[in-house]
Ligand binder design. Structure first.
Ligand code: CMC
Length: 428
């Protein structure tokens, strides 16, 4: 369905197609704007710019809605598994039993890492940030798969790199963690679930296999489901941007990890725990912290609060908050950071500053408490976000190539010096 809008600037008038999405969202198509008028649009931070049409995820930030391929995140969280959601995000439909078992089998067949990658892990210093290791090692996968550097969107040329990335990202994460604590790599167990196998590679010892409580395995699987995709966020846009140059899928997701790492994006899950720990250890009162977060002269922010798109609540945060209770109870843990988190949330929800700016807890506010209870070290939190986000990144990369989009190449409004003469060194 399409409609028209008219844009007028001085003596120039142009008719723009209004593209209407399946949920009624309207985008004015400006693809012919520059060719017809010589003008461009300016939208730093892209808050008003649709970079593509997409059939993968739908968010309504005002109503707190997130759906993957039309399925509500609440329903996927309650009924699906990460593997099933990954298939859904990638291929657009819930898999049949046969499709799901073939998908899992292909992922299981890629659980190990090439032995040659061991030397790369050994080359990193002990305190190497895990997100740097993850990004590097995903790109290094390129070196071991030079036959898969294609832009194929169907058949083995697509499913093989997809399975390798979704599977090996777990092994890379676990291997990076174990190398950093001086432990040898734990070989995978394809008989376990995707998430169970990851927990095994993280925490098992040769003569003492780690057996997670069902509540723990389920909660981590749920964490992965909740992170599986999220529209055109910073890292997904990066994956599309890099992929648009026809760089390999391995390089594109490696770049996505770099974008996700930042504290304003996926890195916020680490920052939340660091903030709560600081409040706890330094005896700061939550009231004082909230006041600082509101003060424009203070560098503090309430980490895990706010979102570019969600303006009523983040549905992922609601689901995770419920899981935190389940996991802490199953593990018989009482975490004082949780009480601080509840207190901060309660205050923020009643303060004008947060209400006026629509600042609510986002997915990262409670996820750290969950991961910490499971025994995941803080600097690995964002790595787990990346594991969960792989299906979304790959699906977006695929969709971009299916649609044969042009290379991403924004323009700019130049505001620097106009032409001036070169000044000889002696005269400067
Ligand atoms: N604490 C205090 N004030 C805040 C916060 C916060 N967490 N977030 C936004 N504000 C204020 C901001 O200072 C601004 O105030 P004013 O209008 O007076 O200048 C107003 O709210 C609007 O904020 P913004 O920075 O323009 O919003 P944005 O859409 O550019 O940024 C955000 C969104 C998520 C980067 C930001 O809210 C933030 O930095 N939050 C903390 C970091 C965080 O939790 N990030 C995880 C996001 S969810 C995971 C993911 O998908 O990436």
């Amino acid at each position: 369905m399409s409609d028209k809008a008219t844009l007028q600037y001085k003596d120039k008038t142009i008719e723009l197609d209004a593209i209407i999405g399946s949920e009624g969202e309207i985008g004015l198509d400006i693809t012919s704007l520059r060719a017809k008028t010589g003008m461009i649009t300016l939208d730093p931070g892209y808050g008003n710019t649709g970079s593509c049409t997409s059939e993968i995820s739908f968010i309504n930030g005002e109503k707190g809605i997130l759906r993957h391929r039309g399925y509500a995140i609440e329903e996927l969280a309650a009924k699906s598994s990460f593997m099933e959601t990954a298939f859904l995000v990638l291929y657009g439909h819930l898999p049949s039993e046969k499709e799901l078992s073939e998908f899992i089998a292909e992922i299981n067949s890629e659980s190990t890492l090439h032995y040659g990658m061991k030397s790369h892990f050994e080359g990193f210093p002990d305190n190497a940030p895990p997100m740097a290791v993850l990004s590097s090692m995903l790109n290094i996968l390129t070196c071991y798969n030079t036959d898969l550097l294609t832009t194929a969107t169907e058949g083995p040329a697509f499913t093989a790199p997809t399975a390798k990335i979704i599977s090996k990202v777990r092994a890379i994460a676990a291997w990076a963690y174990r190398t950093s604590i001086g432990k040898p790599f734990m070989p995978p167990r394809p008989d376990l679930s995707y998430t169970g196998n990851f927990l095994h590679m993280m925490f098992s010892e040769t003569f003492n296999l780690y057996e997670p409580l069902p509540e723990v395995e389920r909660a981590l699987d749920l964490f992965f489901i909740l992170h599986a995709d999220h529209e055109q966020n910073c890292s997904t846009s990066t994956v599309r941007m890099v992929g648009s140059s026809h760089a390999s899928l391995f390089s594109a997701v490696s770049a996505g990890v770099g974008a996700l790492w930042g504290p304003l994006h996926g890195g916020a899950n680490c920052e939340v725990i660091k903030m709560l720990t600081r409040i706890h250890d330094e005896g700061i009162s939550p009231r004082d912290f909230v006041e600082k977060a509101k003060d424009k002269n203070s560098p503090e922010k309430l980490m895990g609060f706010g979102h570019r798109v969600y303006k009523s609540f983040d549905p992922r945060a609601k689901i995770l908050k419920g899981q935190v209770d389940v996991v802490l109870k199953a593990l018989k843990i009482e975490d004082p950071l949780l009480d601080i988190a509840y207190e901060l949330e309660e205050m923020a929800r009643s303060e004008d500053y947060f209400i006026e700016r629509n600042l609510y807890p986002n997915v990262d506010f409670y996820s750290g408490i969950l991961l910490r209870a499971i025994g995941i070290p803080v600097d690995m939190f964002t790595v787990l976000f990346a594991i969960g986000r792989m299906p979304g990144w790959i699906s977006n990369w695929r969709e971009m190539h299916v649609q044969s989009l042009r290379i991403s190449r924004p323009r700019q409004i130049y505001t620097g010096e106009t032409l001036r003469d070169y000044v000889e060194m002696a005269n400067r």
